[in-house]
Design a protein around this ligand. Structure first.
Ligand SMILES: *[C@@H]1O[C@H](CO)[C@@H](O)[C@H](O)[C@H]1NC(C)=O
Ligand SMILES: *[C@@H]1O[C@H](CO)[C@@H](O)[C@H](O)[C@H]1NC(C)=O
Length: 285
């Protein structure tokens, strides 16, 4: 279920542990933080809630697990909490969110994953979250934006390592009201044009995104561009192969053959390799 950093190693303890966290959140007045009906052995750093029938919490609507040491989420971690509307995992040690971590949370409207160490969010991470409206992923290490967002109203990606946020990340971008994208090394090319076009209606929560590249617009806030500047910057150039040269390679029939080539364009294209005559594999750096 949830593994706190070097705390409980026996997998059998994981299920009670979620409820332990619930109990701590629900009844903070417990002496020494030991949940009611559980047994705590401080010396062994052990809490046992085994077989204590802590199930009434399945009707929980709000679960706050913020500022703990949770480093791993397992698939189906919350799937017995189908009434959950708000889940906060802010300020934990998460690096990855596995597929299925939020499965069956179809009533969840608010998810806070900010202040973790998340480096990747896969497109299907949020696929079960049909009601999700507020997603907070600020203060993580995300280099690529996520995809498959449905009817998001608030998206907070502030202070990550994002170079861009493509419109294609959203099923429909029209529901988006508040966007925090500040604190990212943004490349102001055609991929951010959609934000620029909405810069007067989108709420940046007082922190407009700022360009990092190209150098001519470095440090410029997106909401400060004039309409006329729009098409001078925020453009892209189709990638072109540089130094086309005949390359000779001998191969047996059925063998995979690679050709290395360089390409230029904006954004800087990936180096692509030809596999067979018709198939290209691109490596982006
Ligand atoms: C959760 O969603 C289901 C349908 O998806 C609905 O029947 C149920 O009432 C919802 N629960 C809450 C607490 O909103
Ligand atoms: C966005 O995230 C940052 C960093 O976690 C936080 O300081 C800010 O309050 C958040 N803003 C909104 C509107 O969620």
């Amino acid at each position: 279920l949830i593994t706190p950093h070097s705390f409980l190693s026996d997998v059998g303890w994981l299920l009670p542990f979620l409820f332990l966290l619930l109990m701590i959140t629900v009844s903070p007045a417990q002496s020494q933080g030991c949940p009611q009906r559980c047994e705590c052995i401080a010396k062994l750093k052990t809490v046992s809630c085994y077989g204590k029938h802590l199930l009434p919490y399945s009707r929980l609507e709000k679960l706050d697990l913020s500022e703990n040491m949770i480093s791993v989420l397992e698939p189906n971690a919350f799937s017995s909490l189908q009434n959950l509307k708000s889940l906060s995992l802010r300020g934990n040690q998460l690096k990855l969110v596995p597929m299925g971590a939020f499965s069956r949370l179809s009533n969840l409207t608010s998810l806070d994953l900010s202040g973790n160490k998340i480096v990747i969010l896969l497109d299907f991470t949020f696929q079960d979250l049909r009601s999700l409206k507020n997603l907070e992923v600020g203060d993580n290490d995300l280099p690529y934006a996520l995809g498959g967002l449905r009817q998001i109203r608030l998206l907070n990606l502030s202070s990550n390592s994002l170079v861009t946020l493509e419109e294609g990340a959203f099923q429909s971008v029209n529901t988006l009201e508040t966007l925090r994208l500040d604190g990212n090394p943004l490349a102001c090319d055609c991929r951010l044009l959609w934000i620029l076009q909405r810069r007067k209606t989108l709420n940046f929560d007082g922190a407009s995104p700022v360009c990092m590249t190209p150098v001519e617009v470095q440090g410029h806030a997106l909401n400060a561009f004039s309409d006329s500047a729009l098409f001078d910057h925020f453009t892209c150039q189709k990638p072109k192969i540089r130094n086309r040269k005949l390359q000779q390679i001998s191969a047996r029939e059925g063998q995979v053959v690679s050709f290395i080539c360089r390409a230029e364009g904006e954004p800087t294209p990936c180096s692509c390799v030809t596999v067979y005559a018709y198939l290209y594999v691109c490596v982006c750096v």
